[in-house]
Design a protein around this ligand. Structure first.
Ligand SMILES: Cc1cc2nc3c(=O)[nH]c(=O)nc-3n(C[C@H](O)[C@H](O)[C@H](O)COP(=O)(O)OP(=O)(O)OC[C@H]3O[C@@H](n4cnc5c(N)ncnc54)[C@H](O)[C@@H]3O)c2cc1C
Length: 379
């Protein structure tokens, strides 16, 4: 009998794991991907969608297209996961595996008070809705709000603010528009260190974007935000990050730890259950500085590579195991066809060692090329 590998979630980590496994094992195993969404969105493109650089149809593909020779798809909501027996239940049907990889990401919850007059730009509808509203905007105050921690892609809100600034300037509305970012964090992308945070703050300042750190939103009325420090600000247009939680199907089970996320071995990504792995946004990996590894696709990518390699080695009886070393990079869209690029080792001791390269057109082009490659390779 061929070994059966169950991959929970067909997002960044899940898709990559499936492809790495298929490349390594060919037809020597069954790879089954479970995914609930029919539209498979490339999340980084949502930022371009919200300023009209992409249309909705450009930023997703049909999940059904992930099927390949050697990769099976079960489209449906995962209802139960039993890590002990490696059992997954979808649409009332049970699937048994020899290996289980949980890559279910962070579930994004709407914030009702904010959605009345704002847009969750981490969703397809929210990003598209923001662009519609932007077209009818003729000056005033635009707020980009990090509504709570944690949130995925620590750079995204800052990228959104800079892209909005560029779009507004091109429409001749800059003099009539104030743009501000509100965040509960002490500085932008704090895990990457002070030097990077200072560089991002400088970028915002150069573009006249106001930045309000240590602002935890507590209440929203129609057109105004109140924060836990007592400050209140009005806005005419709002883009916000949703609440991020561990998906219920996992949160309710034995895989989660004290953090309410899955706590794996930081190098092998194996959970407390043998041959059950977790990768990407659903994991909680503490770093020496006391904060967890950020939630970003790049980590899901490298973790997928490690897990796929190690499962293939186990199946083939090999011993060339790999470990995830905490490396990661990210692009920082700045508008006007430019981007920054930062990368390093987040497992650095005592602090992550992350450096930023000189921003320019090249990094933006590289991000665009990665988007094209993603759709070409996986769909
Ligand atoms: C606007 C934005 C921009 C971003 N830009 C970047 C960037 O430039 N670089 C970067 O590294 N990261 C970026 N990210 C973050 C990146 O998208 C995530 O970190 C990455 O997708 C995490 O991969 P994952 O596999 O853990 O989760 P996901 O990609 O979220 O995949 C999880 C999948 O599981 C499915 N699922 C969940 N529950 C169930 C269930 N019960 N049944 C069936 N299926 C289920 C979901 O539908 C989803 O498809 C960005 C995110 C956003 C929102």
């Amino acid at each position: 009998m061929k070994p059966v590998i169950l991959i929970l979630g067909g997002g960044t980590g899940g898709l990559m794991t499936a492809h790495f496994l298929r490349k390594k094992l060919g037809s020597h195993c069954r790879i089954i991907v479970f995914e609930k969404e029919e539209k498979n969105v490339f999340a980084p493109s949502l930022l371009w969608l919200m300023v009209g650089k992409r249309k909705t149809k450009d930023v997703y593909r049909s999940t059904k297209q992930v099927v390949r020779k050697g990769i099976e798809l079960v489209l449906g909501n995962i209802e139960k996961v039993n890590p002990e027996n490696k059992l997954v239940q979808v649409n009332g049907k049970a699937y048994k595996g020899d290996y289980l990889i949980v890559s279910l990401g962070a579930a994004q919850q709407e914030v009702p008070a904010l959605s009345k007059k704002g847009f969750d730009f981490f969703s397809l509808d929210g990003a598209a809705g923001f662009y519609d509203a932007l077209q009818h905007f003729h000056g005033g105050k635009i707020a980009v709000l990090i509504s709570s921690l944690p949130f995925k892609c620590p750079a995204a809100p800052y990228e959104a603010a800079m892209l909005i600034e560029s779009a507004i300037r091109k429409r001749g509305l800059r003099d009539k528009t104030e743009i501000a970012v509100y965040s509960p964090e002490t500085m932008p992308m704090p895990v990457a260190g002070k030097a990077l945070a200072d560089a991002v703050k400088q970028m915002l300042e150069n573009k006249g974007i106001k930045y309000f750190p240590e602002h935890q939103y507590t209440q929203a009325d129609y057109g105004s935000l109140t924060f836990s420090n007592g400050n209140s600000f009005s806005y005419d247009l709002l883009a916000y990050t949703p609440k991020h939680i561990c998906p219920n199907v996992i949160a309710e089970g034995p895989l989660t730890g004290k953090s309410s996320w899955i706590e794996t071995d930081r190098n092998t990504l194996e959970t407390n259950f043998s041959n059950v792995y977790a990768i990407g946004d659903i994991t909680f990996i503490p770093l020496e500085l006391g904060k967890p590894l950020p939630k970003a696709g790049v980590f899901a990518h490298y973790q997928a590579e490690v897990v796929a390699n190690n499962i293939a080695e186990k199946i083939n009886g090999g011993s060339k195991m790999k470990t995830f070393d905490g490396s990661g990079q990210c692009f920082l869209e700045m508008g006007d066809g430019k981007a920054g690029y930062a990368g390093g080792n987040f497992y650095g001791s005592p602090l992550p060692l992350v450096k930023m390269k000189k921003p320019g057109y090249w990094w933006h082009l590289t991000k665009v090329m990665f988007e094209k490659y993603w759709f070409f390779k996986y769909f």
